[in-house]
Design a binder for this molecule. Structure first.
Ligand SMILES: Cc1ncc(COP(=O)(O)O)c(C=O)c1O
Length: 362
C-alpha cells in the first residue's frame, strides 16, 4: 500500500510496532481527535451529540467494510457483549444432545459466553487445535444436527490461524447450525464475506485502528428480528434522543442491540476506519500477506498453508517472555502468547520492520 506512514502514524517511527493483534498504533488524526475532545471536556464544551453522529458514521463505515447495510450493525461494548447477545437468544433446552461448538483455545470473550450455555442445557463441544491448526474436519467431527451454533474466531488470536470460512459455511448450512464469527483479528485486515454467516462481532481497537470501547455486531437481518437485546438503553430506541418513558420503543434495526455508547471512542474509531476505507481492504490484505511472505523468505517458519495464514504470525523460541523483553531493548514491540512469540503486521509496517525483526531473532 502507498500510504505516508510518517504522516498518518508518526508513532511508527518510534521503533518497530508488531503488535496490532493487541492494539492498533494510534493514527495522527485519531490522536488529534481525542486530544481535542479532552480539551473540550476539560472546559465543559464537549458536544456529545456530535459524538453520537460520529458513532453513526463508524457504524456506516463498518457496514461498508462488510458490504452490509448500516442498519445491520449494532454497537456493543466488547466482543464479550456481542457473543453474550447471541448466546442470550438460545432458549433453555432439555433436548438430548443439544450442543454448541467452539475452538478449545478461542479467545476468552468468544468462549465464556458459550460456556455459560451449559447452564441452559447445552453441551459445549470444544474443538482442539493441532499446533494451532483448526481443520474443517476437526469441526465436522463434532457438528451434528443438534448443534445450535458454531462460534469461532475467523483468525485465532494466539496462532494467527485463519479457519476455512467456506468450509465452515458449508458445514453449518448442511447441519442447520448458526455460524457465529469473532472477527476481532480480521476486521480491517481481511475482506470478509458475510454471506452464510449468521452473526459476527469484532472489537474496534485492533485492525480497524480504533480505541478499545466499541465492538461491532452484525446479525443476519432475517435472524435479527427474533433477537432480543440484553443491554437496551436510550441508544437502542427507535427515536434518537428519547431519554424518558413512558412511550419508548426499541429500534427496528440492529441498533436495538446497541449498548449505551462511549463518546470519545467513535472520534478515534472513525479516523481509523477512514484510513482503512481509503486504502482499501483488499490492498491492505495483500500488503500484510506480502510482509508475512517476506518473513518466511528470511527463514521464519510459518506452519500453516497459505489459505490459513493471516497478518498474525506466531513462532517458537526457547523462552518467549525473554525474547519479548529482548525485543523491547531493540525497540521492537510484540507479544508472547501460548508460549510463542506473536508478531502482527499491518498497513503501517514495512519490509524494513521485517529486517529489524529478523536481525533481532538471529
Ligand atoms: C479473537 C479476539 N476476540 C476478542 C478480543 C477482545 O475481546 P473484548 O472485546 O471482549 O475485550 C480479542 C483481543 O485480544 C481477540 O483477540
Amino acid at each position: 500500500v502507498t500510504i505516508d506512514v510518517a504522516d498518518l502514524f508518526p508513532g511508527a517511527a518510534d521503533g518497530v510496532y508488531l503488535n496490532t493483534a493487541s492494539m492498533a498504533l494510534g493514527s495522527r488524526q485519531g490522536v488529534d481527535a481525542i486530544n481535542r475532545a479532552v480539551d473540550q471536556w476539560s472546559r465543559g464544551r464537549f458536544d456529545w451529540s456530535k459524538a453520537e453522529v460520529v458513532a453513526e458514521e463508524v457504524r456506516s463505515l463498518v457496514a461498508s467494510l462488510l458490504r452490509v447495510d448500516a442498519n445491520d450493525i449494532a454497537q456493543v461494548s466488547g466482543v464479550s457483549a456481542g457473543a453474550a447477545t447471541v448466546a442470550a437468544q438460545l432458549p433453555s433446552t432439555t433436548a438430548s444432545g443439544a450442543n454448541v461448538v467452539v475452538p478449545a483455545r478461542d479467545y476468552a470473550s468468544n468462549f465464556l459466553p458459550w460456556m455459560l450455555l451449559e447452564d441452559r442445557g447445552y453441551e459445549l463441544r470444544a474443538v482442539e487445535d493441532v499446533s494451532g491448526e483448526l481443520s474443517t474436519d476437526a469441526f465436522a467431527k463434532v457438528i451434528d444436527s443438534h448443534t445450535a451454533l458454531v462460534a469461532t474466531s475467523l483468525v485465532q488470536s494466539f496462532s494467527g490461524f485463519r479457519v476455512d470460512l467456506d468450509g465452515l459455511k458449508q458445514l453449518t448450512r448442511d447441519s442447520g447450525a448458526w455460524l457465529v464469527l469473532d472477527v476481532s483479528q480480521a476486521l480491517g485486515a481481511i475482506d470478509i464475506d458475510v454471506n452464510g454467516v449468521d452473526a459476527l462481532f469484532g472489537c474496534g481497537h485492533k485492525w480497524t485502528l480504533g480505541m478499545r470501547g466499541i465492538a461491532h455486531l452484525y446479525v443476519r437481518p432475517s435472524l435479527r428480528d427474533s433477537f432480543s437485546p440484553i443491554v437496551p438503553g436510550w441508544n437502542a430506541t427507535a427515536d434518537p434522543m428519547p431519554f424518558y418513558g413512558p412511550s419508548l420503543s426499541l429500534s427496528e434495526s440492529a441498533s436495538k442491540l446497541d449498548a449505551s455508547r462511549p463518546w470519545f471512542n467513535p472520534l478515534v474509531d472513525v479516523e481509523g476506519l477512514r484510513i482503512i476505507t481509503d486504502v482499501g481492504i483488499r490492498d491492505i490484505e495483500v500488503h500484510n500477506m506480502a510482509l508475512v511472505d517476506e518473513l518466511e523468505s528470511r527463514g521464519v517458519s510459518i506452519p500453516f498453508p497459505r489459505a490459513n495464514r493471516s497478518s498474525i504470525v506466531s513462532f517458537d523460541v526457547p523462552d518467549s517472555d525473554a525474547t519479548i523483553k529482548g525485543f523491547e531493548r531493540d525497540n521492537i514491540i510484540a507479544s508472547a502468547r501460548a508460549g510463542k512469540v506473536r508478531i502482527s503486521m499491518h498497513l503501517y509496517n514495512t519490509v524494513e520492520d521485517v529486517d529489524r525483526l529478523v536481525a533481532a531473532i538471529a
